[in-house]
Design a protein around this ligand. Structure first.
Ligand code: AMP
Length: 291
């Protein structure tokens, strides 16, 4: 496996691959790999000739009071895990290489951000689209793989593709969970033993909401109320939001029609966890969710 730190070297590598007619699968990450990341890499290895995984904790997408400094990092462990499954290259640029100066042009996301994490983390998605624009231009992938766990991110990146005509295809990958249902996340290590036990109620509550739809409930407010009641009863975390919206447009809706997302964010003492389920009016998950 190649370790590439220089932007020039990464671009030359991609140019060379493309000249030789090879497809490039790209998995952007912030590192500290867990099985969810590995699943994205497996999908990329299945779809493309050459797989590049980036590790970059992007300062631009963290707010001043967020966990940029504390975000877990372990390059040695990440190298071993990626190499073991056959990833071809890790692209690990420094902050200095990515942002040698403050960018003169700033990107602002104008849709799909006035809900969920967009309101709770102002500027977060502006930072995400900025770094992805840079990474896509450097890596020049054929496909880019994103987890549906960060469903709002996927919806926003979908807008980025459409607005700026990036010549690549987005692939949304299902959320990988622990045996008890907790969505895998690099931040789970920050949960205390008590919080870890409570955190199982995040997915349980979401599943209860989905079950209500399967049973015929069509009222979004009733579902949100029930899901909120369950997490509130079983966890000590602060409920940042529980929302039910259309997907991928992320519009408020009173009734369940078409594809919707039921999403929540819970702030525990040292970890803010997010999770969601995407389903249609019968409660089933649609196979294709992007516009
Ligand atoms: P991160 O390193 O947290 O920025 O995540 C990198 C990519 O992995 C993003 O596209 C995430 O949506 C995806 N991801 C994170 N956790 C999971 C999971 N449990 N299942 C599937 N994908 C995930």
């Amino acid at each position: 496996m190649e370790i590439i730190r220089s932007i020039t070297e990464m671009r030359e590598k991609s140019n060379h691959l493309k000249r030789n007619g090879q497809t490039i699968g790209f998995v952007p990450t912030m590192g500290y790999f867990h099985d969810g990341h590995l699943q994205l890499m497996e999908e990329a290895l299945y779809a493309d000739d050459y797989v590049v995984v980036s590790i970059f904790v992007n300062p631009l997408q963290f707010g001043p009071n967020e966990d940029y400094g504390q975000y877990p990092r372990d390059e040695k462990h990440d190298r071993e895990r990626a190499e073991n499954i056959g990833v071809h290259a890790l692209f690990i640029p420094s902050v200095q290489a990515m942002y040698p100066t403050k960018t003169a042009i700033t990107m602002t996301v104008g849709e799909r951000t006035n809900v969920l994490c967009g309101t709770k983390r102002p500027g977060h998605f502006d930072g995400v689209v900025t770094v992805l624009t840079k990474l896509f231009n450097i890596v020049q992938p054929t496909h880019a793989f994103f987890g549906k766990k960060d469903a709002q991110q996927l919806a926003v990146v979908d807008l980025l593709m459409n607005d700026f005509n990036f010549p690549l295809q987005l692939v949304g990958v299902p959320t990988l969970r622990e045996a008890d249902g907790l969505a895998k996340s690099s931040r789970n290590i920050f949960l205390s033993a008590k919080e870890r036990n409570e955190a199982v109620w995040i997915s349980k509550a979401l599943l209860s909401g989905q079950q209500l739809v399967v049973d015929g409930e069509k009222n979004a407010g009733s579902i949100v109320k029930e899901v909120t009641k369950i997490v509130d009863k079983h966890t000590s975390g602060y409920i940042d939001y529980v929302e039910l919206l259309t997907y991928p447009d992320l519009q408020k809706t009173e009734t369940i029609e078409g594809t919707v997302i039921l999403a929540m964010a819970i702030q525990f003492e040292h970890a803010r966890l997010i999770d969601n389920l995407i389903f249609n009016h019968t409660g089933n998950e649609p196979t294709y969710i992007l516009t």
